[in-house]
Design a protein around this ligand. Structure first.
Ligand code: A5P
Length: 228
């Protein structure tokens, strides 16, 4: 039986099968995406060609340490592929992301990627979203007002803290983690959140994931969406 960590490593490495020479690739964030970036780094060191855009400062630094080439949104308006983790995945491939705080950059990168591969251990695959508190990025200015409006949506919000201070995203914003009893209608919730002044983005990813590589006790399983 594989541990959670072994599953993360296996799905991260399995995702390397989706890369092709010359691709422009989005690099996800988190402990699972790390295995993909490390694997890609080893390929680059052996002569594999690609360009990348990272979804966080942490992933960018990791990629840089392997000498993985970077590109920019100006140079590369569309990416061939993004490989990223998730906190929850439902049967429709709707995701909750942002446990690592990188949801805004992750959604921007996913939005310009032709193909999104999500990599996760088996614990992330759920029948209904919402056991994991939904991360919501809000601006610092008047955060109390945004927080109060989020609270009106029948959830228990918490302002994310790190070392006794509000957690700051790579974009200098705050994160609210909102616990819902269950998220049965992600689309409606996402649009309600988007209408709150000060909300920059939420961690619901609807219609982005094309492929999910899920860990299982006997190795990675590749699931494809029938949407595209
Ligand atoms: C980062 O903000 C998140 O969206 C990650 O993709 C998510 O938290 C998964 O991280 P792990 O692979 O560490 O569980």
């Amino acid at each position: 039986v594989l541990t959670q960590e072994e599953q993360k490593k296996m799905v991260g490495e399995k995702a390397l099968e989706f890369v092709r020479d010359g691709m422009a690739i989005g690099l996800g964030t988190g402990s699972t995406a790390r295995y993909f970036i490390e694997g890609l780094g080893r390929m680059v060191q052996e002569g594999f060609c690609c360009t990348t855009i990272a979804t966080s400062v942490a992933s960018e630094n990791l990629a840089e340490s392997y000498g993985i080439p970077k590109t920019t949104f100006t140079e590369t308006p569309q990416l061939d592929l993004v490989v990223d983790g998730a906190d929850e995945i439902d049967t429709e491939f709707t995701l909750i992301k942002g446990g690592g705080g990188a949801l805004l950059r992750e959604k921007i990168v996913a939005s310009i990627s032709k193909h999104m591969v999500v990599i996760a251990d088996s614990s992330k695959y759920v029948p209904v979203l919402g056991s994991f508190p939904l991360p919501i990025e809000i601006v610092q200015y008047g955060w109390e007002a945004s927080f109060a409006a989020i609270q009106q949506l029948s959830c228990i919000p918490i302002l994310r803290q790190r070392e006794g201070k509000p957690y700051l995203t790579d974009n200098g914003n705050f994160i609210v983690d909102a616990k819902f009893s269950a998220i049965h209608d992600p689309q409606t919730l996402e649009s309600a959140l988007r209408h709150i002044p000060g909300v920059v983005e939420c961690g619901l990813f609807i219609g982005f994931a094309d492929t999910v590589i899920l860990g299982s006790p006997d190795g990675p399983k590749v699931l494809s969406s029938n949407r595209k």
